[in-house]
Design a protein around this ligand. Sequence first.
Ligand code: ZN
Length: 151
Amino acid sequence: MSSDLSDLYQHVILDHNRRPRNRGRIPTANRSAHGDNPSCGDQCDVYLRLDGDRIADISFEGSGCAISMASASLMTTLLKGKKADEAAGLYDRFHEIVTTGKEPEEISDLGAFAGVHAFPARIKCATLSWHAALNALRGDPAPTTTESHTD
Ligand code: ZN
């Protein structure tokens, strides 16, 4: 990709770190899940309010590396207002991007994470909050740990 695009994508990650979106617990949340990535020390709680099968509101709290926090922030902006199956589809796209480095054809903030594929240990950082969000959607009360996932 062009260096301009590279700069743009770098900016996306820096910006989400500097100004995390949807951070903090939603008082009206009716689902939540915890994610833990011990290999890096990232922790992430995802809260969401499910209205039927639509994510009416979503937020996260947590601490960890820049990749994990930027990914959590971006994830909340993408999943808000989506239906559960649309959320799963977005995760599939995100997972493909971070594991293969294949960028989306359209300019998408998801593309900011394509560089992660070159650092396999960081893939767990990028996917942590997404796993927590999908577990919250499924109503899975068990805490998420990346140690139980192959990715
Ligand atoms: Zn991390």
